[in-house]
Design a protein. Structure first.
Length: 407
């Protein structure tokens, strides 16, 4: 029997390919399981790897070491089975491995899983929740709790602890959802039995539905009329928001990575980071004015919005690039808040509000043409757009209520 690594044939929802451990016996019977790592297809090699399966990845040394450790553990189980004269099949080998790979301590298991996460934003989210969990267990003097030691009472205390930090209900829910995800994962890997699933008895807190803030037409005009020094961060942040709005509420990662090479003839075309789909917009007079502004403040930048460090290699320094995007997004949002204060706009303006603003105004100006809004926002289904617009459409509800209740 032999353990080896192979790549999935289809990408996951992030466009990456899962690495699998394949177990094959002498009769050719195969069984495989996820190694917990996803990479770009071009970053994996199954032959002539010399124990370096993953290449050209910012974290390839750590990933290859983890993959080598996984293969070593399978070989140890095979050797022990040979010594003890056990009859091992691909199924029993996977079961033996699953029971010994990860720790039964929630905190240690958490850290082991985070080490395998390649998505920076995902790892960042889990890290912040882990810090809350460690703070809670230390404060409550609970020690390093194992999965089976976590009770409904402990989860409820953790929930109250989070509310005590004045976190939003959606954040409290997100914290507990991540813990629940680890329980599910531990059951799949054989560390826990289905009967140990404490979330059958624990009732998850209900997150309050977050209000989709947006600017109405008067507020948008007021925002756009703000006059700031050319090249200042106030002016640049204002133009970032307006560029996003004019590109149907383009997501900030796409916006900050738009290149001048994406502008050709009378269009701007780019590949969306989140979905890989292509977006194409005709250059309107408003877009031309905004693009001319960005060209005038830094002519040698490869990016239209000259905020992100040009020298960072997106493919080789992906994590560094993600941090750069987050840093510049926070910077822009900081100055958007200053503009809101200066223009006496009471709403919390962020880059993402441009998406809500576009969707709301697009719906109103096209007499509720949901198909148009869906296509502009690049939603995968009409139902997503309908739900999106329902959250925004308080004005029409107010108007109709007035008509219904008038005597």
């Amino acid at each position: 029997m032999k353990a080896s690594l192979e790549l999935s044939t289809k990408p996951n929802r992030n466009g990456l390919f899962e690495i699998y451990v394949r177990i094959q016996d002498k009769d050719g019977k195969k069984k495989r399981t996820k190694a917990g790592v996803s990479v770009d297809k071009r970053q994996f090699r199954s032959k002539n790897h010399n124990m370096k399966w993953v290449i050209n990845h910012p974290n390839h040394h750590k990933i290859n070491a983890d993959l080598r450790a996984i293969i070593d553990q399978y070989e140890d189980i095979l050797f022990a089975g040979l010594v003890q004269h056990k009859v091992l099949t691909p199924e029993t080998l996977l079961d033996e491995f699953g029971r010994g790979t990860f720790s039964s301590s929630l905190t240690t298991y958490w850290e082991q899983k985070m080490a395998l996460m390649l998505n920076y934003n995902q790892r960042k989210g889990y890290k912040s929740v882990l810090e809350n969990w460690k703070e809670f267990t230390k404060l409550q003097k609970l020690g390093d709790l194992e999965f089976k030691q976590i009770t409904v009472h402990i989860l409820k205390r953790f929930e109250n602890f989070l509310y005590g930090k004045e976190l939003k209900s959606s954040t409290v829910y997100s914290n507990l959802k991540r813990i629940r995800a680890f329980f599910n994962s531990a059951i799949k890997e054989g560390i826990l039995q289905p009967g140990d699933y404490i979330f059958k008895a624990y009732t998850m807190p209900r997150p309050n539905k977050a209000k989709k803030e947006r600017l109405n037409l008067e507020e948008l005009k007021n925002f756009a009329e703000g006059d700031y020094p050319h090249g200042s961060l106030m002016k640049t942040s204002q133009q970032v928001f307006l560029l996003a709005f004019n590109l149907a509420g383009v997501r900030i990662e796409d916006l900050l990575t738009l290149k001048w090479t994406d502008v050709a003839s009378d269009r701007i075309e780019y590949e969306m980071v989140k979905t890989g789909a292509w977006n194409s917009f005709k250059l309107t007079p408003q877009l031309v004015v905004i693009l001319n502004y960005f060209k005038s403040i830094k002519v040698d930048s490869k990016y239209i919005v000259p905020l992100v460090d040009d020298s960072i290699d997106i493919k080789k320094e992906n994590e560094k690039f993600k941090k750069e995007i987050n840093s510049k997004t926070a910077l822009v949002n900081k100055y958007l808040k200053k503009i809101a204060t200066e223009r006496t706009i009471t709403k919390n303006i962020t880059t993402h509000i441009s998406r809500h603003t576009f969707a709301d105004l697009a719906s109103k100006r096209t007499n509720g043409n949901v198909k148009f809004v869906q296509n502009a926002l690049k939603h995968s289904s009409l139902s997503i757009t309908e739900a999106y617009l329902t959250d925004l459409d308080s004005d029409s509800l107010d108007e109709k209520m007035g008509e219904v209740t008038s005597l």
